[in-house]
Structure formats: structure tokens, C-alpha cells
Design a protein around this ligand. Sequence first.
Ligand SMILES: [Zn+2]
Ligand SMILES: [Zn+2]
Length: 341
Amino acid sequence: MTDIHRTSNGTSSKSTSKAAKDESLEYKMEIVWGNVLAHCVLHAIALYGLTDVAWKSNVKTLLFATVLVFVGVMGVTAGPHRLWCHRGYSAKLPMRILLAVCSTLAFQNSIFTWARDHRAHHKFTDTNADPHNAKRGFFFSHIGWLMVKKHPDVIKRGGGIDCSDLLNDPVVYYQHKYYYQLSLIITFFLPTYLPHYLWGESIWNAFIMAGITRLILEYHIAWSVNSVAHMWGNRPYDESIDPAENMMVSLFGMGEGWHNYHHVFPFDYRASEFSWKLNPTTQFIDLMHLLGQAYNLKTVPKDLIKARAQKTGNGTMYEQLNRQKVGQVDAENEKGYTYDY
Ligand SMILES: [Zn+2]
Ligand SMILES: [Zn+2]
């Protein structure tokens, strides 16, 4: 966590990026044709789903598929991202199992692999050691990085990041160990079988809509955090970095688009300064907190956020907000959530 926390300090983040750039290894891009083919086939199926099968499916199947898109997105944002990678909060076993199931549904690698790659993303943001380096363009940071061999800087520098804490959690350990078996059941079998069993949908329609099309829609939402939110939006907390506050990404990404704040204060469980502003993942964690499942929620003191925004932001921090909302946030921050960094 120490390394990730360093990104909350502008100078450390900049010096890390500079070091990564200076020591960049020789690189010749190598396309992984199997992955290219897999993504082409999956996208062709999704296109077929949206243009043809969707019109022949039971409306319950379409609703089910839509719900699964957001359950998958939420599974990753609340689980591998805010809980396991950034340790923004702690969770009891039932909640960790629930998040493991939901993030397996999202089929974005095991919790361990996801969190490890994401720690590299934060430590080496937008350098060659960042797995989805946005400096290499929109296509690369969105989907291209999944179609080529990793840059040697990712392997060399990413290998030095301490991830030992992750596998100490038996939920992460077993989800990683049995990832493909679990995925077969949770990602593909259940979304196909349940609509057939519950309301008599054909296996074909259920597979195309709730299996594949749902997965591709969820992928594009998740990938937009790495591409769109690293290119477009406001930078009120640190204008020297690429990650930005992007409302559209937050709208579909369950609150993950407040990316300028998140890269400055990655350990804040809200991934935003504001839990009320397009941030369903935070509201879900708050609900679990009320139910006694989530605890040790980490936030950043308001004065520290303001000081940082004044020092490195682009000066727009409170222009977008009305006074009433700011007052509401101040009251919220006085509730006494723990802050232990
Ligand atoms: Zn990012
Ligand atoms: Zn993050």
C-alpha cells in the first residue's frame, strides 16, 4: 500500500513516472492473435445480439442481462478495485464472498490478477509500466492492451509491487486458484441457464444476450475508466496528471469516473470526494456498512482535499458545486469515518 499511497503525493508520483520513463526498456509490440480473434468473435456475437436476438428475446431476459451488466461492474468496483487493490475499506467474509461472485461474473481476470495490474496502473500511471498506458492512445488504453504482449516495463517494474497481502485472503486465493472453473459456471452457465429455467427463454437467446452481449457491454464500461477517464474531463485536484473527472464514465461505471480525485487519493473508499454524486458503488458499500458487513471505511479529511486542490488543481474545485451541496458534504465528512493514512 505504501507504493500506491505515494501517488497521493504529487511529487512522488511525478518522480516515479519520470524514473519509469527514463529507464524504459526496449520494446517491440507483439500482437497476441488469439486474443484479437477472441475479441473479434465476442464483439461480432454482441453485435448480432443487439441487432437481432434482442428483438426476439423475452423482455425479462433483456432486463436480466441489463441488471447483470451493472452487477458485474459493481462487483469489480466494490471488490477487486476499492476493497482488495486499494484497501479503501474492510469487509467481512459474507461480503467478500458476494463480491468475489459478482466480480467473477464480470470476467475481468481473477481478483488477484486484477488488483496486481491495477496497483501497477496507479504506481506507474500513464508510463510504459502502466498495463493500459493512456499515453499510447485511446485504442490501446481501451482494448488494445488486451491484444498485445505486455510491455517489458510492466513485467519488470510491476513484478516489484508487493501483492502478498492479496493471497492471504482465502477468498482471493481460492477464487484465483479455481478462476476458470468458477467463471465457466458464474460467467457463462448461470446467466444462460437461469432465464431458461425461470421464464422459459431459449438457451440460445439467453446465451447471446445474458452471456455474451451483457459481457461486452460491461467490458466497454470498465475499459472506459482506463481510456475515456484518462483523456477527457476536469482536473480539479491535480492538473498535472491525465486522469480526469468524467461524469459519463461515472454514470455507467457506478461511480468510477471521478478519476482525477481517485488517482490523487486512491485509498478513499468512495473513489470520489463526494459519495452522493453519481456514485452507486459508494452507496452500496455504505449500505453494507449499515448491515455490519463493511467497516474501516477510509476517507480523506476535507481540509487535506482542499489544500491539495489549491496546490495542484486547476482551480475549478468548487465552481461546479452549489453551496448547499458543499454544506451537505461537510456534514457528511464530520460523521467520523476513519482515516488511517
Ligand atoms: Zn486510472
Ligand atoms: Zn484505482
